[in-house]
Design a protein around this ligand. Structure first.
Ligand SMILES: [Fe+2]
Ligand SMILES: [Zn+2]
Length: 353
């Protein structure tokens, strides 16, 4: 009981779930912080069968469950799926090799949960046997969420084009990068489905950007500070589109945890506004060396029917050059992490029940 005296009367009042305070159906709060008085006091506490009843000096009685009291006293906070604190970092030798099968994740299942869990914890997952047809990548995204439509459309084709408006649509090698850093907000998930692959080369690579950032913080904290505390500009232009966004290369949250990496040689603008620009280039180069180190890159061949799905705020993707003899056709789509996190939570509850 002595412990309960530590709990703020305003917090207790705010947590009240009676009909006057919370909507019964939605659970949404029906009062504002302006209704909370700094003069609130707890006058009396009584044990109930499931927790405690607090009587306040505004004559309101608030019942709190024992679980809620424990969470308050322990300083509980929900897992943040965007933070490095919820991740397992990997290099070439420690990237997960699990392959998921489309037939197993077509319905709400343990396999779909495992796929989303790997996407959230490791930043990518590989699915095989996704039907080789137009727009099948959208069917995969609809297992947990919604496609994000951009100026590229709801899907985009990655294949060799004449007069390509993006180097992705050539047979050149593409260094590890995150997509669409010139967008605000960036698409937080990307899926790439292989519809045709008969080329030599054109291997796919994935790099854990959080691990690269983590290594930079250990090896070169000054460079980490520059990349996380300066704004870099990213741009994309064509005759009908002019996208531009400014962001740190490495974003950290208020507790200093890494929560996002934005990296793309093709669309990052020269840091013209930086006064000590040579120091900035040193920092960028230090990070680039980690990002491009083959020991950090999980390399594999996407075969026809394979689909790789990854966290575009963490996992950088790359491909090697390929010969122009055969054909290589990927179809991609963007989606967002919030719905993947939601589906993961709902499936977790369902599977526990
Ligand atoms: Fe890309
Ligand atoms: Zn109430």
């Amino acid at each position: 009981m002595k412990e309960l005296e530590k709990i703020s009367a305003q917090l207790i009042r705010d947590l009240c779930s009676c009909r006057d305070c919370r909507d019964e159906i939605s659970g949404q709060r029906m009062r504002s912080v302006m209704d909370l008085s700094p003069e609130l006091l707890v006058l009396d506490v009584a044990a109930t069968s499931s927790g405690f009843r607090f009587t306040l000096n505004d004559k309101h009685e608030v019942e709190l469950q024992r679980d809620t009291i424990e969470e308050i006293l322990e300083g509980f906070s929900d897992i943040n799926w965007r933070s490095e604190a919820s991740k397992v970092l990997w290099d070439r030798d420690h990237a997960p090799r699990t392959v998921f099968h489309w037939s197993d994740i077509q319905e709400d299942s343990h396999d779909l949960y495992q796929l989303l869990d790997q996407l959230l914890v490791y930043g990518f997952a590989l699915v095989e046997n996704l039907p080789v047809r137009d727009r099948a990548v959208i069917d995969l995204i609809h297992r947990f969420g919604y496609e994000r439509v951009t100026n590229y459309g709801d899907i985009f084709d990655v294949r060799v084009e004449n007069n390509p408006n993006n180097l992705a649509f050539t047979n050149l090698a593409i260094a590890p990068h995150t997509d669409n850093p010139y967008r605000d907000p960036v698409p937080t998930i990307q899926a790439l489905h292989c519809l045709e692959s008969s080329v030599t080369g054109g291997n796919s690579g994935l790099v854990d950007g959080f691990r690269a950032a983590h290594l930079l913080r250990e090896e070169n904290p000054d460079a980490f500070d520059i990349l996380s505390n300066s704004l870099f500009n990213f741009e994309y232009r064509n005759p009908t589109t002019y996208l531009s966004a400014s962001a740190p290369i490495i974003k950290v949250d208020v507790t200093g945890e890494i929560i996002e990496v934005r990296w793309n040689d093709r669309s990052m603008q020269a840091p013209i506004s930086e006064i000590q620009v040579d120091i900035v280039y040193d920092a960028l180069r230090s990070f680039a060396i980690l990002v491009n180190d083959a020991r950090n890159c999980h390399t594999f061949k996407l075969n026809t029917g394979d689909c790789v799905i990854f966290d575009n705020t963490r996992t950088l993707h790359a491909r090697t050059a390929f010969d122009s003899g055969g054909k290589r056709h990927l179809q991609g789509a963007y989606a967002d992490l919030d719905s993947a996190i939601s589906k993961h939570a709902i499936l977790e509850e369902m599977l526990e029940a």
